[in-house]
Design a protein around this ligand. Sequence first.
Ligand code: MLT
Length: 280
Amino acid sequence: MKKYLVDDTEYYVEVEGSGPILLFAHGFPFDSRLFVPVAERLSSRFTCVVPDLRGFGKTKLGADGHNSTGLPRVKMGRFADDLAILAAILSCQRHNKDEKIFFCGLSMGGYISLAFARRRPERLAGLIFCDSNVTADSPEKAADRMEIAATIDALKIPGFVDNMIPNLLSPETLKSRPEVVSALREMMISQTPDAIAAGSRGMAKRSDSSDVLPEIEAPVLVLGGEHDKLSPPEALDGIAAKISNAKRATVPHAGHLPPLENPDAFARAVVEWYDATFAN
Ligand code: MLT
């Protein structure tokens, strides 16, 4: 992996391929491994930039990964600012400092993508919004996340992860793709308690982003797994309807994590949208 200094922390990033920059933001509690299978398939079309977000994978939380009382907490806007800095570094290296980028965010990465769209609309060539939603947490969900943040420790991580997995994958993946289940579990249990606490607090405090949708001028692909229980197809249809220049696609044989469950179809949907939207 390459390393890039982003304010107070060093970002670990997989960079592969050539062409326009396509920056990926993974969900929670994952890391760059979520998108590597897709990046491999898209590297002949895009410069795929796949970071471990602040606190996750190899990237350390840094001082800005904590709140004013020193507890781990990363706001969605902080992640978005990190990625804007990373994109700016890469664009400068390519001698194209005002380059617009493509941004692909899944679930928590989708929340981050909306923060990016709000803060840096001038840098956005296109957005791929995957398996995510635009509203804030309900009070109950936010309280649940704050409780997790306050109590998670290394011993509790396996139970926390095993509780989540049935909601993340499609019934078909759970039943007949043990290699996908074990790769996902390994990625999730390798995250630190501080990362889980930081992401949980950040998501619990995020605000509603519905107002951003009609403001997005860049073309958007709203993409999701056919069997996603957390962001079901009908909910993604509703989000796409609020964006002026959105296309909708569904990834078959996948739940909440199509980049792992069906990377071929995920990559194909991206290429088809790109060719239909940006071909001269
Ligand atoms: C994710 O996959 O990033 C999570 O499902 C997001 C969340 O907990 O809201």
